[in-house]
Design a protein around this ligand. Structure first.
Ligand SMILES: Cc1cn([C@H]2C[C@H](O)[C@@H](COP(=O)(O)OP(=O)(O)OP(=O)(O)O)O2)c(=O)[nH]c1=O
Length: 207
């Protein structure tokens, strides 16, 4: 394991997370999680009854990091550290994940219109079975969004595969009056917290 300390796996199929991790120069390989080999690593992303957004995002991220290491063992891959993340939008204590379809996306964007919400991204690093976490919470204020604007976002495709049915890096940027927190966290991988967690764990950032 000559690369130990300098190399990690990113347990994610999100292209944004890959790009963001590349941005801070972390040497990594992508560990694909969803074309499941074993049901043992399937993750049920349904919130538990009365689960808070914070508890939820920690739980899912932890499960992804755990599943990542199981996947390495199953595939007999080198046991480098595994980084995972999960992003949700929280409005009035409700959890908004990815929309199921266009109607669901429309409901989410209508609820977010003219309101302030939080975007929570948790990250987890699995180091030889020990999992460390960080949480990034960003406050985002939207202006009122018209029906036609919502339709345009949905028709453009950017609402799908995104928590809260919007992309800060897309058209929805035009709805954002202000954000307080982490832009990269809203996109799916908070780089300040990620760099801190990796460096603290002896993994090089900016090699
Ligand atoms: C709010 C917001 C979310 N997102 C994305 C980040 C996440 O990829 C996605 C939320 O889904 P997640 O379940 O966090 O992640 P994922 O399924 O895309 O990827 P993974 O394989 O790592 O589990 O929403 C944006 O890209 N821009 C935004 O503005």
């Amino acid at each position: 394991m000559t690369f130990a300390g300098h190399y990690i796996y990113l347990a994610s199929r999100s292209p944004r997370r890959r790009e963001l991790l590349k941005q801070i120069g972390v040497r990594h390989s992508v560990l694909l999680m969803r074309e499941t080999v074993s049901r043992a690593v399937d993750i049920d992303e349904t919130p538990l009854l009365d689960e808070s957004p914070t508890d939820y995002v920690y739980r899912i991220t932890h499960a992804k990091a755990e599943a990542g290491r199981i996947r390495l063992i199953q595939r007999k891959l080198p046991l480098f550290p595994v980084l995972a993340a999960d992003t949700i939008v929280a409005l009035d204590g409700c959890i908004f994940g990815k929309p199921k379809d266009a109607t669901h996306a429309e409901e989410m964007l209508t609820a977010l219109s003219g309101r302030t919400h939080q975007v929570l991204t948790a990250i987890a690093l699995n180091l030889q079975g020990t999992i460390k976490h960080r949480l990034s919470i960003t406050t985002v204020r939207f202006r009122e969004i018209g029906k036609r604007e919502i339709q345009a976002c949905i028709a453009g495709g950017e609402a799908f595969d995104k928590a809260g049915a919007y992309a800060i890096q897309g058209m929805a940027a035009a709805f954002i009056v202000e954000i307080f927190g982490s832009y990269s966290g809203v996109m799916g991988l908070p780089l300040f917290e990620t760099a801190q967690l990796l460096e603290e764990s002896g993994i090089k950032v900016f090699p």
